[in-house]
Design a protein around this ligand. Structure first.
Ligand SMILES: Cc1cc2nc3c(=O)[nH]c(=O)nc-3n(C[C@H](O)[C@H](O)[C@H](O)COP(=O)(O)OP(=O)(O)OC[C@H]3O[C@@H](n4cnc5c(N)ncnc54)[C@H](O)[C@@H]3O)c2cc1C
Ligand SMILES: *[C@@H]1O[C@H](CO)[C@@H](O)[C@H](O)[C@H]1NC(C)=O
Ligand SMILES: *[C@@H]1O[C@H](CO)[C@@H](O)[C@H](O)[C@H]1NC(C)=O
Ligand SMILES: *[C@@H]1O[C@H](CO)[C@@H](O)[C@H](O)[C@H]1NC(C)=O
Ligand SMILES: *[C@@H]1O[C@H](CO)[C@@H](O)[C@H](O)[C@H]1NC(C)=O
Ligand SMILES: *[C@@H]1O[C@H](CO)[C@@H](O)[C@H](O)[C@H]1NC(C)=O
Ligand SMILES: *[C@@H]1O[C@H](CO)[C@@H](O)[C@H](O)[C@H]1NC(C)=O
Ligand SMILES: *[C@@H]1O[C@H](CO)[C@@H](O)[C@H](O)[C@H]1NC(C)=O
Ligand SMILES: *[C@@H]1O[C@H](CO)[C@@H](O)[C@H](O)[C@H]1NC(C)=O
Ligand SMILES: *[C@@H]1O[C@H](CO)[C@@H](O)[C@H](O)[C@H]1NC(C)=O
Ligand SMILES: *[C@@H]1O[C@H](CO)[C@@H](O)[C@H](O)[C@H]1NC(C)=O
Length: 604
């Protein structure tokens, strides 16, 4: 047998990873405390190889205690921008502490907490080391180390993840926050074809920078409403919705290319002509499952002005909230001709011991004047007035769409668990009263809010199945989530009860408005413990996504909560559930799932 130097190098790489042909891969990743977890000397050697880019990671509260100036101020603690510079910080703070995600038994498995006011800090669910990535080469060096030492890989751009997918106490963290280039072109060429005006952003560029750069370039981009969510991070991989999605489609629909380091260490391009299967999966097939993204390119549009209409209505009790939700459902088609986007929130006073809720309506009208926006909202607001509900205010702001979306910073560091459903257009057309009664039930419980996002329909529906985004987006009218929150100082087991209510009560209430229709959800703003996540988050795309996963990540380096292929790992993504189960078997099962219906495989 001839043996080239290249083959030898590959063989030794594989051997170190204990995955040489004929050998089963290790059942579990090495975690701190294991004999095979790298000792400090090996971490130091990696650090030397990376310049100063290997950084020790501590929970954000400990970071705050250690500031030369003393503890963080409240303003710093709750600032998304401030937290963004802390390698261990999660913006949704509970994910720094919920060991193995949701601790199921606090007595036998007490969580290791580190709260702002803690005097003793544990490591929580924060990794020990991060690579402060500046290039694809840093990623390749780090990934080789992770494979050689059989470590879990964790990726974080902003730490906004609502399912806690960007932190893990046992992983090596690839932190892409400092890769911040933005560049525009009028002619983005793929395979000799000019795809037109586009922007390339590296995987540290947050929305605030995305919008201000677009504005300076006279462009509009598709993005969400947050200061620091990262378009080339989890946002676009999960689908990415915007207040202007009814006009332009999802972020994934507007993505033209990804540059990514995949599991075998190659830095590759995925677009319409190269690695087309991976390109499809990266557009909506779920965050954190495909490799480590270095940059992504999105379509841009000419700048335009828009009007933001903002108003708030008091709902004195849960039934009134239900009545308002029903009225809103009846009027949700009022704005279809302009493809308006809208956030409709109920902020619930119940968890604070109060009554009722505040209904906040925030609508974005492309190309409308203030008068046009006020006229467009009038039928709904008139119906609300007729029922004698108090409208606290009604304001408008007309300016460039990018400045309406731009946020310089935002308050974060709250605790939250979410659950959601994409509510179909059909349910809005035929079951407004059912939607109202579902809201009334939810608002009577101690949930923090029901977030409604009219970010589907229009172009999202028109685009159809062009990428891996959940097909339920295409028939949805709105993405609606229930969020529960709690202060740091209450007894920890509350999270078990909240998680259980989310999974077993609140999400089923949301889903019930669709009657017998099968319902789906947006994986980026969802319940990480969603029982049928394969069907709910990925629908009929799941088998194809799993086959692409097998091709590009055969050893499961990129496993995240409720992500493609995660069902074959334990909750923490550390141990394979069964060494005998390989992807071949999984694929057979999943084709069966496609042909015989979902119930057979995923429901008990
Ligand atoms: C305040 C707030 C507002 C939001 N607003 C919107 C909105 O308007 N529209 C919307 O669609 N969503 C919104 N989201 C949800 C958002 O899309 C998700 O939280 C998303 O996962 C954030 O991506 P991130 O990379 O910024 O976050 P992170 O927490 O850093 O990462 C999220 C996921 O992406 C993976 N990831 C991160 N970086 C990389 C990388 N370089 N390569 C590969 N994988 C990576 C992580 O492993 C993780 O699975 C919002 C969330 C919050 C908390
Ligand atoms: C910081 O906070 C800790 C815990 O609350 C407290 O013990 C300590 O005195 C504070 N330090 C300063 C400098 O304020
Ligand atoms: C920390 O303690 C201070 C003083 O008691 C309190 O005002 C603050 O709200 C606490 N911070 C958090 C995040 O609990
Ligand atoms: C990460 O690297 C950037 C430069 O790319 C540097 O400004 C920053 O301070 C580093 N952060 C940490 C925590 O080392
Ligand atoms: C990114 O920007 C930095 C400086 O801001 C520059 O040194 C680097 O060459 C840029 N990289 C790319 C790929 O454009
Ligand atoms: C890594 O995988 C990609 C995509 O399948 C392939 O093109 C490339 O040749 C592989 N590289 C190595 C070193 O095996
Ligand atoms: C609702 O609005 C009232 C009156 O403006 C305010 O006092 C209350 O804090 C608000 N509640 C929530 C949950 O936002
Ligand atoms: C806004 O109006 C201009 C001029 O009529 C048009 O070209 C553009 O497509 C409109 N933009 C949107 C988002 O509707
Ligand atoms: C609203 O208030 C007006 C004036 O007080 C009253 O006439 C009317 O019946 C009320 N409408 C409802 C639906 O309660
Ligand atoms: C309108 O929006 C712009 C951009 O966000 C902001 O600077 C301005 O203060 C707003 N004006 C009003 C009246 O709210
Ligand atoms: C309408 O919604 C209610 C939930 O409030 C549900 O029980 C009912 O089955 C739904 N009806 C249809 C036709 O989907």
């Amino acid at each position: 047998m001839r043996c080239s130097a290249y083959a030898l190098a590959v063989a030794s790489f594989l051997l170190h990873a204990r995955t040489a042909v004929g050998q089963s891969p290790a059942a579990c990743r090495n975690v701190p405390g294991d004999v095979d977890f790298p000792p400090p000397e090996q971490w130091n050697a990696l650090g030397a190889q990376l310049g100063d880019r290997l950084v020790p990671v501590i929970p954000s509260a400990e970071f705050c205690h250690n500031l030369p100036s003393g503890n963080c101020t409240s303003a710093q603690w709750f600032s998304s921008n401030f937290r963004g510079e802390i390698p261990g910080a999660m913006e949704v703070f509970n994910w720094e502490q919920l060991t193995d995600r949701i601790v199921k038994d606090y007595n036998s498995n007490p969580p290791s907490l580190c709260l702002l006011n803690s005097t003793v800090c544990g490591q929580g669910d924060v990794p020990l080391y991060a690579i402060n990535v500046s290039s694809a080469a840093d990623i390749q060096t780090g990934l080789k180390f992770a494979v050689e030492h059989n470590l879990k890989v964790v990726m974080k751009a902003s730490g906004h993840d609502l399912l806690g997918r960007s932190t893990h106490k046992s992983g090596l963290l690839f932190w892409t926050h400092h890769m911040r280039n933005v560049s525009f072109t009028e002619n983005f060429v793929v395979g000799g074809k000019d795809l037109g005006s586009a922007v390339t952003v590296r995987s540290g560029v947050p929305l605030s920078m995305f919008y201000s750069a677009a504005e300076a370039a006279g462009k509009m981009v598709v993005g969400g409403t947050a200061a620091n969510v990262v378009p080339a991070g989890g946002y676009g991989q999960g689908a990415g919705h915007s207040a202007f999605s009814p006009v332009f489609g999802l972020a994934a629909d507007n993505c033209l290319e990804y540059n990514i380091v995949i599991a075998n260490g190659s830095f590759i391009t995925a677009n319409e002509v190269e690695n087309t299967d991976l390109f499809w999966a990266l557009r909506g097939g779920g965050a954190g499952s495909w490799g480590i993204v270095v940059s992504a390119t999105f379509r841009t549009f000419p700048a335009f002005t828009a009007t933001y209409h903002n108003s708030m209505i008091l709902a004195p009790n849960a039934d009134a909230g239900g009545k308002l939700a029903e009225l809103h459902a009846k009027h949700i088609f009022d704005w279809d001709d302009v493809h308006a986007g809208q956030y409709f929130y109920f902020f619930n006073n119940v968890p604070m011991g109060g009554q009722g809720s505040n209904f906040s309506l925030r609508t974005y009208f492309a190309n409308y004047t203030a008068d046009q926006a006020i006229a467009a909202m009038k039928p709904l607001l008139d119906d609300i007035r007729a029922l004698n509900y108090t409208i606290l205010f009604e304001t408008t702001n007309t300016t460039l769409a990018t400045s309406l979306l731009f946020l310089a910073d935002e308050p974060m560091a709250y605790n939250a668990l979410l659950g959601s459903r994409l509510i179909s257009e059909e349910a809005y057309r035929n079951n407004a009263s059912g939607i109202g009664s579902a809201y009334a039930k939810l608002l009577a419980d101690p949930i923090a809010q029901i977030g409604g996002h009219l970010v589907a329909g229009g172009k999202v529906a028109e685009n159809g199945d062009i990428d891996a985004a959940n097909p339920k987006w295409r028939t949805a009218k709105a993405h609606v989530f229930v969020a529960a929150s709690w202060p740091d100082n209450i007894a920890p087991p509350i999270t078990d009860r909240i998680q259980s209510a989310m999974t077993n009560k609140w999400v089923p209430i949301l889903a019930s408005v669709m009657g017998n229709q099968e319902s789906g959800a947006y994986s980026n703003e969802a319940n990480g413990e969603e029982p049928d996540f394969q069907r709910v988050f990925f629908d009929k795309h799941y088998p194809r996504l799993l086959s692409i996963k097998k091709k590009y990540d055969p050893e499961g380096l990129f496993i995240v909560k409720a992500g493609v292929g995660s069902e074959f790992w334990d909750d923490a993504g550390i141990c394979r559930k069964s060494r005998s189960l390989d992807y071949g078997e999984i694929l057979d099962q999943s084709w069966a799932f496609l042909t015989s219906g979902f119930d057979m495989l995923f429901k008990s």
